[in-house]
Design a protein around this ligand. Structure first.
Ligand code: IFM
Length: 437
């Protein structure tokens, strides 16, 4: 690695990130069915129709996995909790086994001298909630706040930080407009409602955690650098709108209490009645912002209804996901968030990393270079005065990459999905060396 801990300000933290459905093994421990189970069971949605029933079997191997985090000299372990594991019906009677699991996990994280960074929702909506309309139903904000309270009553005394929802754009747009994630809808009315209710659920969960006295609360959003595909005014306008939908909608709501006008021009007619009254809840104060950053997109105009844009393949080197490697976007978004929205709050890069077709024993040099180049951009932001406080790798383990199944390998640690053997990759060893205290 081209850097060490000493190249970062005192107190700067490094972490490894995972999510519940992607690693735990949802078939274990009495968890209820989720919309990812039924989405994956529907032909054509997921590569080889793979699901998270076994995943990395982290449910049983969590201690070994936490040892890997600690041995790499990370400071923070960012994990998520499964709503359906805690409340199999989404509400009502909790699953004791599920609560016990997260209790043990948090204790295990603390026992290894790591900081537990919890995300409450990372996409596996209980089927019972989906049956009631899921993110299209305004009541989801209350159901989610109740789940938050149930879980945080159990682990809130020990978590170092907590964020309600991972990547609201994916929960709303990718899943209700693009149809690429569960519930697989392609409907603008459903999208507008989800785009609003996910923010409302975030705000209600923040309120619930404040009421319980849980501290260090944040929001985790994802960002993509929108580059006009050519020099035309039309491409510039399309890229600006893509940026609004992806990057400015949730930041605007959470940090300014307003939605961007250019996006409202298209979504406004489909928004739920009285949405304006919810904005004060959505922008409940938080203590930090988490930014998940992977790539840029080239955007061109397209015929057809709003938003009238399409993405084109770019010329830069790509990861196994086909995503262009564009480290400069990370500095851009850190600056953008700080100057336009968070104005001094600590920023954490809560996800960054790449998928690579790794095999054990073959060094993942591309991942090492990816991390180095992104950390160089992160350091550039710090030098410019942006208060960046942490950087977390996605991901600790190769895992279930949603609609792409198990083929895309994001891990610092290779997982053999037959034997479930974990084998640290060269990037893991390189980070361990760089993070030595
Ligand atoms: O695997 C996902 C994760 O669940 C959320 N952020 C992006 C990652 C890579 O696609």
């Amino acid at each position: 690695m081209r850097f060490s801990r000493n190249d970062f300000p005192p107190g700067f933290v490094f972490g490894a990130a995972t999510s519940a459905y992607q690693i735990e093994g949802h078939g274990f421990g009495g968890a209820g069915p989720t919309h990812w189970d039924s989405f994956a069971a529907t032909p054509g949605n997921v590569v080889r129709a793979e699901n998270g029933a076994r995943a990395c079997d982290h449910y049983h191997r969590w201690a070994e996995d936490l040892d890997l985090v600690a041995d790499a000299n990370f400071d923070v372990y960012r994990f998520s909790t499964s709503w359906a594991r805690v409340l199999p019906e989404g509400r009502g009677t909790p699953n004791t086994e599920g609560l016990d699991f997260y209790d043990r996990l948090v204790d295990g994280i603390c026992a290894r001298g790591l900081k537990p960074a919890a995300t409450l929702y990372h996409w596996e909506l209980p089927c019972a909630m989906a049956d009631l309309g899921g993110w299209r139903n305004r009541d989801i904000a209350g159901w989610f706040a109740d789940f938050t309270e149930t879980l945080m009553r159990r682990i809130g005394d020990r978590v170092w930080s907590a964020a309600p929802i991972n990547e609201p754009w994916c929960v709303a747009w990718l899943s209700h407009f693009d149809g690429h994630h569960a519930p697989g809808l392609r409907d603008i009315r459903a999208t507008a409602r989800a785009m609003h209710h996910v923010g409302l659920a975030h705000g209600r969960a923040i309120e619930a955690m404040r009421a319980l006295g849980v501290t260090n609360l944040g929001a985790v959003c994802n960002f993509e650098y929108a580059q006009p595909a050519d020099e035309s005014a039309e491409a510039a306008e399309a890229a600006q709108l893509y940026d609004g939908i992806y990057n400015r909608w949730f930041l605007g709501a959470m940090f300014r209490g307003e939605y961007p006008e250019d996006v409202l021009a298209g979504l406004g007619a489909h928004m739920p009645d009285g949405w304006q009254e919810d904005m004060a809840t959505i922008c409940a104060p938080v203590d930090w912002l988490g930014l998940n950053y992977y790539t840029r997109r080239l955007i061109a105009p397209a015929d057809g209804p709003w938003p009238g844009l399409r993405t084109l393949e770019g010329p830069l080197p790509k990861t196994q996901m086909g995503w262009e490697v564009y480290p400069q976007g990370l500095c851009h978004f850190l600056r953008f968030a700080h100057e336009g929205y968070t104005r001094g709050l600590p920023l954490h890069v809560t996800e960054n990393g790449m998928a690579n077709p790794d095999s054990p024993g073959i060094p993942d040099a591309a991942r090492i270079a990816f991390i180095e180049d992104h950390l160089a951009e992160l350091r550039r932001a710090i030098e410019e005065g942006v208060p960046v406080a942490g950087y977390y790798l996605w991901s600790l383990l190769d895992n279930y990459e949603w609609a792409f199944g198990y083929e895309k390998r994001f891990g610092l640690v290779h997982v053999d999905f037959d034997s479930l053997k974990r084998s640290p990759k060269a990037s893991y060893e390189a980070l361990r060396g760089a993070l030595t205290r």
